[in-house]
Write a protein that binds this ligand. Structure first.
Ligand code: GLY
Ligand code: MN
Ligand code: MN
Length: 423
């Protein structure tokens, strides 16, 4: 579990990087409609969780480190609770509980914001707001951050509006020991689920039966959520990179590619393994599997301080190219025709992404690796004409010396997988 001081330190860090006379706001995520009178299950905004530890909807953090009144330097606004809400939705956080989790002494109701806003804004020149700046996110609807921004801009057009995200990102990228412990827990539950699948998988089951085993293992350990939609892809389906329908029969002789991870304390694990439905790899499957494993082992060694994802992709591309030649999938002629990108015929995605509160966490392909960063290493070979796709994915901690594979104890060697499936 993350401690109150973790959230306090994160706020201290952010406050330190704000310009003098600034105010910063971080909103909780929207509650998104599902259908009828239902919402989708609420998941907290990762930045707000990182700064407060609060998982409740309708929460707003305000930081104003230079406000003349010390009580107004840090306020957490929450939704009210009542007997009626308690009966229908369950207990919501009290102010006291909110303070205990976050370390923020001044907890107010969201309905009090309007009356406090003139005072809070009066002492600020700059307003820092946190938008989701994940490069894979397209803002296709007027989300809470945009609505909040536009509302403030209308009310306070003479303030300077600034990006909070780069400050939070620079901190979120480097995981503390506490965060690593949480990640290790997410990985432990993910490992347990994989081992359960190894015992369960057999020919003629449907992919969703494997998904159910994984979900069962998560829920019986109190893990309420997958960190992302799990992929269980047998045979050719494994060549669909974001396959999530998970509804085809795993046939005798198929490989099954699984990509899943537990979300523990809002932190994601991200694992991929590929296993034979019948517990025995064919010689050809072994050859291709071993090629992916060779690439992964070499790639992990390259994940060192100063590297970037862009550089890693290039280096791994070369390693992949030589493995593909060795196993006869590429020829010298292919290399002549297509050059150093020939491998992309069989390996079309990147090797790595940052991980943490989000499975595709903050950080770009040009962010230089530093100790404390966690990234995946996930090479794959996809051959639709042979009905097979193989991806092997582990989560790697960058250190001052060698990278640490946080998934080193999750079975991956051919013999290990076969043995566990046939025990
Ligand atoms: N599970 C998503 C990914 O591997 O990037
Ligand atoms: Mn991944
Ligand atoms: Mn994955």
């Amino acid at each position: 579990m993350l401690t109150t001081s973790f959230f306090e330190n994160n706020r201290k860090y952010v406050s330190k990087f704000l310009e003098i006379n600034s105010i910063a706001f971080v909103n909780s995520n929207d509650e998104l409609p599902r259908n009828g009178d239902q919402n989708h299950i609420f998941r907290q905004n990762s930045d707000l969780f990182y700064l407060t530890g609060i998982n409740q909807e309708q929460t707003l953090l305000m930081l104003s480190p230079n406000h003349p009144d010390p009580r107004k330097r840090e306020i957490l606004f929450i939704r009210p609770t009542s007997k009626k809400i308690e009966i229908w939705e369950g207990k919501k956080l009290t102010r006291k509980e909110t303070s205990e989790i976050s370390g923020i002494k001044n907890v107010k109701l969201l309905s009090e914001l309007d009356s406090l806003l003139p005072d809070l804004m009066f002492y600020a020149e700059n307003v820092y707001l946190s938008l989701n700046e994940n490069l894979g996110y397209s803002r296709f609807y007027n989300d809470i951050d945009l609505r909040f921004l536009n509302d403030l801009k209308i009310k306070y057009p003479l303030h300077v509006f600034r990006r909070l995200s780069p400050i939070i990102v620079s901190k979120r990228l480097i995981k503390t020991e506490e965060e690593i412990e949480v990640l290790k827990k997410a990985i432990k539950f993910t490992n347990n689920a994989f081992k359960r699948v190894l015992k369960f998988a057999k020919p003629n089951i449907v992919e969703y039966e494997i998904e159910a085993e994984i979900t069962h293992e998560f829920i019986r350990n109190g893990i309420k959520s997958h960190a992302y939609e799990p992929i269980v892809a047998s045979g050719k389906n494994a060549c669909i990179l974001h396959y999530t329908s998970n509804n085809k029969v795993c046939k005798n002789g198929d490989l099954i590619l699984m990509d899943f991870g537990a979300e523990y304390n809002n932190y994601a694990a991200d694992l991929s393994r590929t296993i034979p439905a019948n517990g025995k790899f064919t010689e050809r499957q072994k050859t291709v599997y071993q090629a992916v494993l060779n690439v992964q082992k070499k790639a992990i060694k390259l994940m060192v301080v100063g590297k970037t994802i862009n550089i890693l992709n290039k280096e791994v591309g070369e390693i992949m190219q030589s493995e593909l030649i060795k196993i006869g999938l590429l020829s010298e002629k292919d290399i002549e025709d297509k050059g150093d990108k020939a491998y992309k015929k069989y390996y079309l995605h990147g090797t790595s992404h940052f991980m943490g509160l989000d499975v595709h966490d903050v950080g770009t392909k040009d962010t230089k690796f530093e100790p404390g960063m966690v990234l995946t290493c996930e090479p794959g070979i996809y051959i639709p004409e042979e009905n097979m796709g193989i991806r092997l994915e582990d989560d790697i901690l960058i250190t001052n010396s060698k990278p640490i594979n946080l998934m080193a104890n999750i079975p991956i060697e051919i013999e290990e997988i076969e043995q566990l499936m046939n025990d």
